[in-house]
Design a protein around this ligand. Structure first.
Ligand SMILES: [Zn+2]
Length: 351
């Protein structure tokens, strides 16, 4: 719906009345139970299609809360406007959802989000993880184009939240929590990080230890068809990767940030921003680390793409209007993106 067009047709007196009506009733209008479904309905750019018969579904009345229902005339399958969206089965209205999304962009904790929005800690936890999983779809679509810089970011393995019986190593008292291995080893989680000149950013966990060509393929292989130049450190893994994808490689000697005009300062700057941002969460479990990286990429992209006053609504649109439905039970089933058996092999053999 084009708001400009809509208002242009009104006379000035009606516009002022309209404005006053909106101001007086804004919170009521945003709080109605079918507010999310109304937005989804207005922004839907394609018909709802039956997943069995692949035909357009017909409107079929409304739920008691005013949410549009649909039916397939062939197999009689029914669904509603919010089926397959992140707000399916949610009783929270638009104002809560958009506030939670806004709070997340500001990096609020689960507890603070619960307090700000008058919801339980459990609901806040679920909403946060639903939103973070939804960001995955958005982040998946990002491609690297033209000239790019690429580097790796290494993280310690954090097993926060893992039950003792599921721990791959014996918990034991140690004077130091540091890994016995210094530098890059199989005790470090490797994330490939790449940014292009248009600020398209990829941050993806690829495995344990030093980055290999296979790891680069898994993170970037399907995202670089329009990339021309890669500035990287001297990691040999890039040679084969760039050759595979017809990308010109410019390597900066190890230990340095530039080599004449060739530098990786932009991606190193991203690493510094990421470290500061992650430190707010006081340790992120390896199970959830990729979600946090996606979250960072999302915020970074939104800030580059939209002016401050549009970030909130654009973020809501991006997250809610896609098919991002996630079952609450699936949240805790996230897999750990690395093999703990490999990381802790030497501990597993002792006993
Ligand atoms: Zn059908």
């Amino acid at each position: 719906m084009n708001i400009k067009q809509l208002v242009n047709d009104l006379d000035p007196v009606t516009i002022i009345e309209f404005k006053n009506y909106l101001i007086e009733n804004l919170s009521e209008l945003c709080r109605v139970k079918n507010s999310n479904s109304k937005i989804i309905c207005n922004h839907r750019n394609k018909h709802i299609v039956c997943k069995h018969c692949n035909v357009k579904m017909n409107k079929n009345g409304k739920t008691p809360n005013g949410v549009q229902k649909y039916i397939c005339k062939i197999c009689k399958l029914t669904c509603s406007e919010t089926t397959n969206t992140i707000v399916a089965h949610s009783h929270l209205s638009f104002d809560v959802w958009s506030n939670v999304i806004d709070n997340l962009l500001d990096g609020f904790s689960i507890r603070r989000i619960a307090e700000e929005n008058n919801i339980s800690i459990y609901t806040s936890f679920r909403l946060r993880h639903k939103v973070l999983l939804a960001l995955k779809n958005f982040v998946k679509g990002i491609e690297i184009k033209g000239n790019a810089q690429s580097d790796e970011k290494y993280f310690h393995i954090n097993l926060k939240g893992t039950k003792t019986e599921n721990m791959p190593r014996h918990s034991k008292k140690r004077t130091s929590t540091k890994s016995p291995y210094r530098g890059i080893s199989h005790h470090k989680v490797c994330a490939v990080s790449t940014i292009d000149e248009e600020d398209n950013l990829v941050l993806e966990i690829v495995g344990l230890g030093r980055c290999t060509t296979e790891m680069l393929e898994s993170a970037l292989g399907d995202k670089v068809s329009e990339a021309n130049n890669f500035n990287t450190d001297s990691a040999t893994a890039y040679r084969k990767f760039c050759k595979n994808h017809n990308i010109k490689l410019h390597a900066v000697p190890s230990g340095r940030h530039s080599n004449g005009d060739i530098n990786i300062s932009k991606i190193n700057g991203i690493h510094s921003q990421l470290e500061i941002w992650l430190s707010k969460f006081r340790g992120v479990s390896i199970r959830h680390l990729q979600e946090y990286l996606d979250w960072f990429v999302f915020i970074f992209t939104m800030k580059k793409k939209f002016s401050l006053n549009k970030i909130k609504t654009e973020s809501y649109n991006t997250i809610v209007l896609d098919n991002n439905y996630i079952k609450a039970n699936d949240i805790v089933k996230l897999n750990i993106p690395i093999s703990l058996d490999v990381a802790y092999a030497e501990y597993m053999n002792q006993s």
